[in-house]
Design a binder for this molecule. Structure first.
Ligand code: GLU
Length: 310
């Protein structure tokens, strides 16, 4: 690793992305996401030995959306241990991220923690018996601690509009409540979920926050254990198999790293034992993953030996 010129590497990738900037379609289901400039592009890397590099708009906050699901999964596993797996599976769904059809056949137990139904169950598990505000503050503070940055916060406008337009999420949650798999009031679980998706974060902060996933569960900079090595192995496995909606196989094929994307256009990718990478470019491909972000990761991986299959 020491021989890699991280800054040079990112500069090359950014140069290669230049003709692609603006590709893809920005999520438009709520105005604050729809008005983001599609030409934005940022990327940040942080290594387990503490080296960092960034390029472009890596300093600019964007909406974390579904990438938050990785972090709430970590929190829920810490709170409930293996019992969490009675409430959510770990199998790719092969259906749209907000699909309700499988839930009927599978009796309200979602396929995995990264489709919306699964993420809502996980958030419900983080919420436990508390008030939503307490859980929301706990989730926000988890990000602040992991990213070592107290400015990370929730975009209230995004949270409110997620709630105002989240009819499918309400359907999923009510349906699961009917099977007894949502324990809190549906409104409380969803209020927490919408707020977690509305966290604003930069690539620099996101890579830093995900670093424990590259280092066996220990934040190597502060030397603090966040979760066990075994859990990290499992979280990374689920990121690899389920982290990119219905295009997770394609992402594994093209990039070959555990990763999680969100409709804000961000992707967190983990190089186990080496580094965490965050990329942001708001234009999405048909599967809902950042188009230029995925391409940038593919180029980066080709220039390094950072591929879990090598
Ligand atoms: N807040 C979004 C939803 O639940 C998350 C979308 C995403 O990033 O997948 O619909």
């Amino acid at each position: 690793m020491a021989e890699l010129d991280l800054q040079g590497l990112l500069a090359e990738v950014a140069r290669e992305m230049e003709p692609h900037r603006g590709e893809g379609a920005v999520a438009d289901y709520i105005p604050p996401l729809a008005r983001v400039d599609p030409r934005r592009f940022g990327m940040a890397i942080i290594t387990c030995d503490g080296r960092a590099a960034e390029v472009g708009d890596a300093w600019m906050p964007f909406s974390i959306q579904s990438i938050s699901k990785v972090f709430t999964l970590t929190m829920a596993l810490e709170k409930h241990g293996e019992a969490l797996w009675r409430r959510v599976g770990r199998e790719p769904s092969g259906s749209r991220f907000n699909s309700i059809v499988q839930l009927e056949a599978e009796k309200g137990v979602p396929r995995n923690p990264f489709i919306n139904a699964g993420a809502i169950v996980v958030t419900d598990a983080v919420l436990s018996e508390r008030r939503p505000d307490e859980a929301i503050a706990e989730i926000r503070d988890f990000f602040r601690k992991l990213a070592d940055n107290d400015t990370i916060d929730i975009d209230r406008e995004v949270a409110e509009q997620e709630a105002a337009t989240g009819f499918r999420n309400f359907s999923l949650a009510n349906f699961m409540k009917g099977f007894g798999n949502i324990h809190a009031a549906v409104e409380d679980s969803l209020h927490t979920y919408f707020n977690q998706c509305a966290i604003r974060i930069t690539c620099r902060q996101l890579a830093r926050a995900g670093l424990f996933l590259a280092n066996g569960g220990v934040d190597p900079i502060r030397g603090e254990r966040i979760t066990s090595a075994e859990r990290v192995r499992r979280i990374n496995a689920i990121m690899l198999t389920c982290g990119h909606y219905d295009a997770s196989g394609e992402f594994a094929f093209q990039v070959g790293l555990p990763g999680k994307s969100g409709v804000g256009g961000g992707i967190l990718a983990i190089v186990p034992g080496h580094a965490a990478i965050a990329v942001w470019s708001p234009g999405l491909n048909e599967a809902g993953n950042s188009q230029v972000g995925t391409l940038a990761l593919e180029k980066l991986v080709r220039r390094t030996d950072w591929n879990v299959f090598d």
